[in-house]
Ligand binder design. Structure first.
Ligand code: ADP
Length: 220
């Protein structure tokens, strides 16, 4: 299976990709995580990406395509789930070509639909356990004991530097302009399926699982 999770920032792509990684052993390919790792390592890529990400803009296609191409080569035949790629039509075309070269094709593109107002609230209130990566929110989901992670007991949390209100507004604008057109692109190829990303993450997971089980049954 080769799956894309498509949706605006804060739609829950990362959360769902991590669940699929845990429950179905799919490999999560998150370009956002790859870039954040590069930033924290201080690599050449990280130094280039830092400012771009902090403005809420896109890292150039040729860099992103190079990164994903290497990753897809390195995972061989494994099932994968792309989270954060493609974000432009150029990236989508490049992905199609690089899968074709490897004798693979996309199984499904799953859209997570969420209204913009909720996205702003989700993203600007988001914080993460620095130890285990559990995600919390000032408005919807604070730790049961304030200041202590529910899952690992750690007391340090972090916020992404691009999760401020101003940068988030720009990320949304850039999403609507450059990434949302991919919905039609994949609809035209018969690959698009949509789920209600406003539901709880458990419900979203059930909807996604249903789509994947249908795909597996159709193949089998
Ligand atoms: P979100 O989907 O919540 O905006 P990500 O973690 O996927 O967050 O991405 C964070 C940032 O990394 C993006 O705003 C962008 O600057 C950069 N980025 C990630 N993936 C891509 C990509 N495929 N193309 C261009 N830039 C990317």
């Amino acid at each position: 299976m080769s799956i894309i999770l498509l949706g605006p920032p804060g739609a829950g792509k990362g959360t769902q990709a991590k669940l699929l990684e845990k429950k179905r052993a799919y490999v999560q390919l998150s370009t956002g995580d790859m870039l954040r790792n590069a930033v924290s390592e201080g690599s050449e890529l990280g130094n280039k990406a830092r400012e771009i990400m902090n403005r809420g803009e896109f890292v150039p296609d040729e860099i992103m395509v190079g990164i994903i191409s290497d990753k897809i080569k390195s995972i061989g035949e494994a099932n994968f789930i792309l989270d954060g790629f493609p974000r432009t039509e150029g990236q989508a075309i490049a992905l199609e070509n690089l899968l074709k070269i490897r004798g693979r094709s996309l199984s499904a593109v799953i859209e997570l639909k969420v209204d913009d107002n909720l996205l702003i609230e989700r993203v600007t209130g988001r914080f993460t356990c620095s130890e285990c990566g559990a995600v919390y929110n000032d408005s919807f989901k604070t730790p049961k004991i304030p200041g202590i992670c529910d899952f690992c007991g750690n007391s340090e949390f972090s916020r992404r530097s691009d999760d401020s209100k101003e940068v988030m507004k720009n990320r949304l604008e850039v999403y609507h302009k450059h990434t949302a057109p991919l919905l039609q692109y994949y609809e035209n190829r018969g690959l698009l399926r949509s789920v209600d990303g406003m539901s709880s993450s458990e419900e979203v997971e059930i909807q996604i699982s249903g789509i994947l089980d249908d795909k597996i049954a159709a193949k089998g």
